[in-house]
Design a protein around this ligand. Structure first.
Ligand SMILES: Nc1ncnc2c1ncn2[C@@H]1O[C@H](COP(=O)(O)OP(=O)(O)O)[C@@H](O)[C@H]1O
Ligand SMILES: [Mg+2]
Length: 261
């Protein structure tokens, strides 16, 4: 069973010098309960592909053509009301910058509870309890204290754990992770990857995992799509791509990762 089927996706931006196509005919599929990795250098169109799935492309950009089937429903044709009901519930995203999901003026507990209340008809007290459960689930040290803290009091790694908790609170079917460890110190990166691996094993969800780092993609993903200049230049199982890459760009990406050299 496939949870997501992206076909011939094109994303354009209007610029002063005319339209620029930043995603150019991308297609891939994600099997239920599997992790699909998008890998490629900075600017290759990974984030725009992810934002297309949520229909959150920034001002000036738009989906020019293609379809994005989520459980068989074409999101490209869904209106904003339906998209709002899906975002943060059935489909959620963790961004690279751990601060971007957090509002500086509210406590962590309040914000995680609000993420729950946005999609569920339950009382505030119950939402608070669930929020605390999720802070524990992502192994936040001293979760009761952190519940009452504000974002600026926390480290980048803790903030990213909260970003992950907020993405999980409504039991998404598809979790998108856009360079979730890139902004963190190397030692913290490793611990966040441990957490994401645990989530992949324990939770029943499918993942779209984005990274410029083939080492991380190789660790996390079952299938991989390699992006270069807006196009998906190669796609296959992780093992097949590592063992016998067909595309020159893929070969150069693999060559830059010591483990495969
Ligand atoms: N708001 C924008 N306006 C115009 N071009 C943009 C905008 N955001 C991103 N782009 C361009 O889209 C291309 C793909 O960007 P992105 O998807 O963010 O790449 P990646 O995530 O692979 O680093 C880049 O060339 C980038 O310059
Ligand atoms: Mg990006």
């Amino acid at each position: 069973m496939k949870i997501l089927q992206v076909n011939d996706l094109k994303v354009c931006f209007e610029t002063g010098t005319g339209p620029v196509r930043v995603v150019d005919g991308v297609g891939f599929e994600i099997e239920k309960n599997k992790c699909f990795g998008l890998v490629g250098e900075s600017g290759s169109g990974k984030t725009m592909t992810a934002l297309s799935v949520l229909k959150l492309i920034p001002e000036g950009g738009s989906i020019g053509s293609g379809s994005i089937l989520f459980n068989g429903t074409d999101l490209v044709r869904c209106d904003e009301k339906i998209m709002r009901s899906l975002r943060g519930s059935k489909i959620s995203i963790v961004f690279q910058d751990p601060s971007s999901a957090l509002n500086p003026v509210f406590t962590i507990g309040y914000q995680v509870a609000e993420a729950i209340l946005a999609h569920r008809n339950i009382g505030k007290a119950r939402a608070g309890e669930i929020a605390l459960e999720y802070l524990k689930k992502v192994h936040i040290p001293d979760p009761v204290k952190i519940f009452h803290d504000y974002p600026h009091q926390l480290s980048g790694g803790t903030k990213q754990r909260i970003g992950i908790a907020m993405a999980l609170v409504n039991s998404p079917e598809l979790l998108i992770l856009d360079e979730p460890t890139t902004a963190l110190d190397v030692t913290i990166q490793a611990r966040i990857l441990d957490l994401l691996e645990e989530i992949k094993e324990k939770e029943k969800l499918s993942m779209l995992f984005i990274s410029h780092d083939f080492g991380i993609i190789a660790r996390m993903c079952d299938e991989v799509g390699v992006m270069c200049k807006g196009k998906m230049v190669e796609r296959g199982t992780k093992d097949a791509i590592i063992r016998s890459p067909k595309n020159d760009y893929t070969i150069s990406l693999l060559g830059s990762v010591k483990a495969f050299a």
